[in-house]
Design a protein around this ligand. Structure first.
Ligand code: PMP
Length: 401
């Protein structure tokens, strides 16, 4: 008899489990719209040209594989803070930013969560309802209590702004407020710039600490600066805040696990202390981060020619998703005779569309139409091609009605 009799079978992950089920399906019409990973119009994974060029540079230079310091590659940490905040942001010169390279967005969120658990043991984190499924796992595993604030309004398929504001107001002073910097996952609905100002007002009044998750910088608008404007607004108000960054999507570095945690502090002294404690937390967890992705980012951001090439590749990716979004809307509007207004699809931002399909309808999408998606009704438009939009529209209309 095994010593592991007491170990029960864990359920499949609600997002990554979808890819496993997709692989096992032999139907030729199958579509994987579960995970948010960019595909070409031929539905193939895509390695950016600038990434290949940066990797060639690394080979030419004969870069070695020595350990990085606990906080990561210095050139990466500088580049990532500049990309987020703008190179001329005064907080950088004032050395008020504690930046530590993380294991992509997830690892950076997890490290920040460990920091919150250690230094703010009485604080809770407010997360949007709904949010990316892994947020709850991350805070649960880090033993950080959380509760939800209203965000999505199914009636308008838009933002429940009043609900959001009143829930943030009702939370105990000094709570952490997790915000998606841009391209909210899974809804694709972002606050307007006027709404961001009000969110910042309320967070300041309540002495809350903003915690931005920035996983799609460049993927919402196609512009790196515009997509960082929410974070920069809060920084310009002199607030202290956390930001977790990821290069999975915007540089297509999914498997390289490259991202960062940045803590913007009100003094350089505080930033130095915060950074020292982040390093102390990282050391027993994974010792130091991987170098490959960090060098790619540092090479791309640090070289003006590669940087501008990256921007145009990103605009191209964001543009392909926008054209698929438009085509899907057109197909749905033409084919659906029920009179339903599908324009919400056009208003959503980023890689995803939140279709409003419930669990049973999402099951129909998969079981009958071989369309794989998460059970909250989210589809990844990054995994859709123009030529598959019509098929998808048929599947959605059939599942809705
Ligand atoms: N935050 C959000 C909102 C995300 O959608 C994702 C990716 N799906 C991440 C963080 C982190 O992804 P990764 O760990 O690959 O950077």
């Amino acid at each position: 008899v095994s010593r592991f009799e007491g170990v029960t079978m864990a359920p499949p992950d609600p997002i990554l489990g979808v890819s496993e089920a997709f692989k096992a399906d032999t139907n030729s019409m199958k579509l994987n719209l579960g995970v948010g990973a960019y595909r070409t119009e031929e539905l193939q994974p895509y390695v950016l040209n600038v990434v290949k060029k940066a990797e060639n540079l690394m080979l030419e230079r004969g870069d070695n594989k020595e350990y990085l310091p606990i906080e990561g590659l210095a050139a990466f940490n500088r580049a990532t803070a500049e990309l987020l905040l703008g190179a001329d942001n005064p907080v950088i010169k004032q050395e008020r930013v504690a930046t530590v390279q993380g294991l992509s967005g997830t690892g950076s969120l997890r490290l920040a969560a460990a920091f919150i658990q250690r230094y703010f043991p009485d604080a809770k984190v407010l997360i949007s309802s709904p949010t990316w499924g892994n947020h709850k796992n991350i805070f649960n595993d880090a033993r950080v209590p959380w509760s939800e604030y209203r965000y999505y309004d199914p009636k308008t398929v838009g933002l429940d702004f009043d609900g959001m504001i009143s829930d943030i107001k009702a939370a105990p002073n000094g709570s952490f407020v997790l915000l998606h910097g841009c391209a909210h996952n899974p809804t694709g609905i972002d606050p307007t710039s006027e709404q961001w100002e009000i969110i910042a007002d309320v967070i300041q009044e309540k002495n809350h600490i903003p915690f931005f998750d920035v996983a799609y910088q460049g993927f919402a608008s196609g512009s790196l600066d515009e997509d960082a404007s929410s974070v920069r607004l809060f920084v310009s108000r002199g607030m202290e805040l956390f930001v977790a960054q990821s290069y999975s999507k915007n540089l297509g570095l999914y498997a390289e696990r490259i991202g960062a945690v940045n803590v913007i502090c009100s003094s350089s002294d505080a930033a130095a202390r915060v950074k020292s404690q982040l390093k102390r937390l990282a050391r027993p967890m994974y010792s130091n981060p991987p170098v490959h992705g960090a060098r790619i980012v540092a090479n791309v951001v640090g070289d003006p020619a590669l940087f501008s090439e990256w921007k145009s590749e990103m605009e191209f990716m964001a543009g392909r998703i926008k054209s698929v979004r438009k085509r899907l809307f057109e197909n749905l509007s033409q084919k659906d005779k029920s009179g339903k207004d599908w324009s919400f699809i056009l208003k959503q931002i980023g890689m995803f569309s939140f279709t409003g399909l419930n669990k049973a309808q999402s099951d129909n999408m998969t079981n009958k139409w071989h369309v794989y998606m998460t059970k909250d009704g989210r589809i990844s438009l990054a995994g859709l091609s123009l030529s598959k939009c019509e098929y998808l529209a048929d599947a959605i209309i059939d599942s809705y009605h």
